[in-house]
Design a binder for this molecule. Structure first.
Ligand code: AMP
Length: 396
């Protein structure tokens, strides 16, 4: 019975899901948050229970030991050796990786080198890797890259129209992100369409971070995030696409420096920046319902940024068979889906099935049979992709 753990180590958090690979069931899942603080929070779910503890957790090593001790103490696993593989989500694989790989010294060196492109994430992934390697030396380790699925983009889609030497000498190009989610959701959509030989799919991953992708015959053709996740649609706290001259103007007029500006664009912009209420879509929706005009404006801008990419990708694909909504907002907000779909209806000939949109749950079609484009809600499952790749590459 091979058990595989999917791990997502962030700068101050560690998310995990332990799978029994025979039937791909989730044995336990959870997260350690606020690593490095006196009041770190450890949440674990197993056997229908949820436990939450607040305690000091110095670093990722301590977090991993706490997690593994909990697995043993609660008899979630009999022995740590039962965990045969550890699959690590890695945000930035650069142009080195178009698929998942078993982690060896060279892979470690590449992930380390690519911290230039993902300074918060890649070092945290390596910290997580070393912590698990030390705690379960018998388990193999696999890296699953967020950028890998988008490595099928052609140069005409990933090269920025700036002097070419910046690509040649400094690897400045579009890499995209959320690749594991776009892969999973587009594959599910192809399945739901009955596995046609040719398919044109648009995936809208709308969560705290958000990105869209155009997927042609199962391959990523284009995606909205760029050199970093700052590009593309408006997000919870990220601006998305912006005229770069705004930065120079703010340096001149307000006296901000580049570091402050990048922080502003990543952490203080998007839904939060415009609404002044929250980065959480539920809070903004509530504020808008109560008559807050800036909350309504934030929602209106968000929808328009999403449909702008859908329009682009419709043209790039030469049509579209299915548009898929996923992630926190895409999966859970019938309100946001309807708001976006209403703006597409005339151009696309979409006939929404309001009942399926509002009252259904989980993976489903939310358009009526006469709709010219099918729209699906497809809950993403990046952890399952990580566990499957780990299982396959380690030949468990
Ligand atoms: P994620 O990053 O995928 O976890 O998504 C987080 C986003 O999903 C936040 O903006 C949440 O407000 C939003 N979200 C989660 N559940 C709901 C819901 N039931 N209705 C509206 N938005 C939701």
């Amino acid at each position: 019975m091979a058990k595989v753990i999917a791990v997502n180590a962030g700068s101050s958090s560690l998310k995990f899901q332990l799978f029994e690979m025979n039937d791909e069931s989730v044995i336990t899942s959870g997260v350690v948050e606020r690593i490095g603080f006196e009041d770190a929070i450890f949440t674990i779910k197993y056997s229908g229970k949820k436990e939450v503890k607040t305690l000091p957790i110095k670093d990722h090593k301590v977090a991993v030991h706490l997690l593994l001790d909990t697995l043993i103490e609660n008899k979630i696993v009999d022995s740590l050796e039962d965990i045969k593989g550890v699959g690590h989500r890695v945000v930035q694989g650069g142009a080195y990786y178009d698929k998942s790989v078993v982690i060896n010294d060279q892979v470690v060196a590449h992930i380390d080198e690519l911290k230039k492109l993902a300074p918060l994430h890649n070092p945290a992934h390596l910290t997580g890797y070393y912590a698990f390697k030390e705690a379960i030396p018998s388990a193999g380790a696999v890296a699953v890259f967020d950028t890998a699925f988008h490595q099928t983009l052609e140069p005409r889609c990933f090269i920025y129209p700036i002097p070419y030497k910046f690509y040649e000498e400094h690897n400045v190009r579009k890499y995209g992100a959320h690749g594991t989610s776009h892969y999973y959701v587009s594959q599910r959509a192809i399945d739901l369409l009955g596995n046609p030989e040719e398919s044109k799919i648009i995936v809208a991953h709308l969560g705290a971070g958000g990105s869209l992708s155009a997927v042609k015959n199962g391959k990523s053709l284009n995606t909205s995030m760029g050199f970093t996740p700052l590009a593309g649609i408006m997000m919870g706290t990220r601006s998305g696409d912006l005229d770069p001259s705004v930065l120079d103007y703010l340096i001149e007029v307000v006296g901000m420096d580049m570091k402050e500006l990048i922080t502003m664009l990543n952490k203080e912009s998007g839904l939060l920046g415009v609404s002044g209420v929250s980065s959480d879509f539920r809070d903004i929706q509530q504020a808008a319902n109560e008559g807050n005009e800036r909350a309504q404006l934030a929602i209106d801008i968000f929808y328009r940024r999403v449909i702008a990419y859908i329009g682009r990708y419709f043209v790039a694909l030469g049509g579209v068979d299915a548009i898929c909504f996923t992630a926190g907002i895409g999966e859970n907000s019938a309100f946001a889906r309807k708001g976006i779909i209403d703006l597409l209806t005339d151009a696309f000939g979409i006939v929404l099935d309001d009942d399926a949109n509002e009252n259904g749950s989980g993976e489903r079609l939310i358009t009526k049979p006469e709709s010219k484009v099918k729209i699906y809600v497809i809950p993403t499952n990046e952890e399952l992709v990580i566990a499957r790749d780990t299982n396959r590459l380690l030949e468990l």
